[in-house]
Ligand binder design. Sequence first.
Ligand code: PNW
Length: 484
Amino acid sequence: MGSTTSSSLPADFEWGFATAAYQIEGAAEVGGRGKSIWDTFCHLEPSRTKGANGDIACDHYHRYEEDFGLLSQYGAKSYRFSLSWSRIIPQGGRNDAISEDGISFYNRLIDSLLARGITPWVTLYHWDLPQGLHDRYGGWLDVEESQKDFERYARLCFERFGDRVKNWITLNEPWIVSIFGYATGINAPGRSSINKMSIEGNTATEPWIVGKSLILSHARAVAAYNKDFRSSQGGKIGISLNGDYYEPWDSSDERDRAAAERRMEFHIGWFANPIFLAKDYPADMYDQLGERLPKFSESEFALLREAEVDFYGMNYYTSQYARHRTQSPSVHDFVGNVDELEENKEGLSIGEESGVHWLRSSPDSFRKHLARIYHRYRKPIYITENGCPCPGEDKMTRDESVNDTYRIRYFEDHINAISQAITQDSAIISGYFAWSLLDNLEWSDGYGVRFGVTYTDYDTLERTPKRSALALKSMFEGRMNGRM
Ligand code: PNW
């Protein structure tokens, strides 16, 4: 990768850093904030998050000015963050009270960013469902109730913040919400019938119901924006989907090529077909899941058609190889009956190992992924997350961690892949957010796995920029220098 002639980016390319509320804010009980399912999950005994919780996290709630000072220092044009639903509506529901304290906290964040010339990108939902809704009707397990409550929450955010916020992301990674929350149970609310730590759940059915709730909740929020806010506020709205790229384990075997495609349909097509194409779930999913996949009614398809988005938010970290299986899938399978491997038939690794077991650096596959997604779903792509922990970073001292050459190379290689997808594959890619502005609560991995471009000392909460923070600025400025 990396020939200089092909590494330019459009002059108006947006770039910056991303975070999520529960991972950084802390101040869990300040201003009447209600609990979310992550507050509950992080306080279960025995711990399912390596003893970690977000009670304090990075204490961003009290230190946001300092953190935005870092954004300014790093040269960021944009910043992606999420709103804590239960800080704004503590019990979460459409007839529940609004917290003006919560609203004014986010007003302060938005105003501070704008005063610094940084464009806010706001995610409405990054996994922290109000516990009140989970208790009231099972949260995302209730398709009818959850979409009505999400629409009301979204409308409130458009009303209160939409005069200044022009870039909205409805949901972050509905695949992770459904599968990690309701199939494997490793994320909140931790439901599963295959995880020994879970006391409730049904892996065979619940993730598919939750997926439908998320799709329709997203659609209701977008339809509301299109109908009642777009013309007066003039913003953009989309969703952030995760999903790895899959290469066939044996590229000469037609069944492995089909397995790789099928795996991506289970990861991305599940959400992208209804959301970007107003189409039914992929046929591969119906073939395997049958009646367990909850259908869309005619009126739901009509809603999907009204919910046209402006962009595809892509969270991309890694790629894998897919190998077909010859036995039939169990009812607990959610990957499309494939083996997922880090090496292909020839023993070639998909990429260099990072500091977390599930992530290897695969920029060439990223380029294929960008081209595939753009040409299938036909919306401008914003990379809403991309990043990594360096090998061994969980055990490093601060002085070792800030010298993050692996991360710099990872960013460089992935940004080159973006410019190649633009210049050589005709993909429209309009922005990039590095994950993450600072080391933070890495969900069930706790505080050990560090994705930040800023080192967080969790004893003192002191922040120290890593070398990658400033390296990104020169990567973007060099590439946007009118060379395209
Ligand atoms: C994303 N995987 O989650 C989330 O949006 C972030 O909040 C998170 O901190 C970041 O990626 C880094 O993990 C993912 O196992 C978690 O493939 C796990 C996976 C993918 C994305």
